[in-house]
Design a protein around this ligand. Structure first.
Ligand code: F6R
Length: 242
């Protein structure tokens, strides 16, 4: 596990974007695993800029998103489909057929989860997975005490996650309680992982995940067992690392 402590959210985002761009220069048909949420927003903006200014090419790139809420339509402004298109995909030259996001409106969720894992495998697995981290150290929506061997599955969101996500909704009652998430096993199969965190509210999750061995109450700590993980944090998220 490499840990890069940067001075600011801007530097964290630029460092992450450089790693993703580097991956695409080396392997233009890379399979990327992507996250939503506030953390990667500026990384996406940096990648859009590199695409526009120096032609970083996404035409052969395949993407798989980590998760999607259950019960929100794709066009709902809080769905992760909407988020990814509005914040990233519509500005780059990725082919729509190469974009994969779990279908949270699927009739048969179990079948949808199996289909998603099969697709990832069919595309050769994830080359580079970008992750954010929850305040409870979740990755994807793998909440504390999740089974480490889980593949893509339906999850019930923790109260802490529901509260954290409420900032995007008018009322807390509108926040979905369930989601589809890639499992820890799926994430651990990625060839490379970048974990991003900024802000003081992530400091404890980062500390628990990096130090003290693997523990089910901090799902991200499983990454200590992955062979190629880079944790990129700002100073505030690194403040408990000592
Ligand atoms: C999002 C995801 C989540 C977020 C995490 C942090 O696709 O899988 O694990 O990365 O909840 O969210 P932010 O970045 O909004 O603090």
């Amino acid at each position: 596990m490499r840990v890069i402590v940067t001075n600011s959210y801007e530097k964290m985002s630029a460092t992450a974007a450089r790693m993703v761009a580097g991956q695409l220069y080396l392997k233009p048909d890379s399979v990327l695993g992507l996250a939503t949420g506030s953390t990667p927003l500026l990384m996406y903006q940096n990648l859009i800029r590199v695409h526009k200014e120096i032609g970083l090419d996404f035409s052969e790139v395949i993407t798989f998103n980590l998760d999607e809420y259950l019960g929100l339509k794709r066009e709902d402004c809080n769905s992760y489909h909407y988020f990814m298109h509005e914040n990233f995909f519509k500005y780059i030259n990725i082919k729509p057929k190469n974009i994969y996001i779990p279908n949270g409106s699927a009739e048969d969720i179990e079948k949808e989860c199996k289909r998603y894992d099969a697709l990832i495998e069919e595309k050769g697995g994830i080359d580079l997975q970008v992750l954010g981290i929850g305040q409870n150290a979740h990755i994807g929506f793998n909440e504390p005490d999740i089974k480490f061997e889980a593949t893509t599955h339906k999850v019930k969101l923790d109260e802490e996650t529901v509260n954290a996500n409420a900032r995007f909704f008018k009322t807390i009652d509108e926040v979905p309680r369930y989601a589809i998430s890639m499992g820890i096993k799926t994430i651990m199969h990625a060839k490379k992982v970048i974990l991003l965190a900024n802000g003081e509210n992530k400091a404890e999750a980062i500390q628990k995940s990096i130090y003290g061995g693997v523990r089910p109450d901090a799902p991200a700590s499983i990454l200590q067992l992955h062979q190629d993980v880079t944790v990129i944090v700002d100073k505030a998220a690194a403040s408990l690392l000592g």
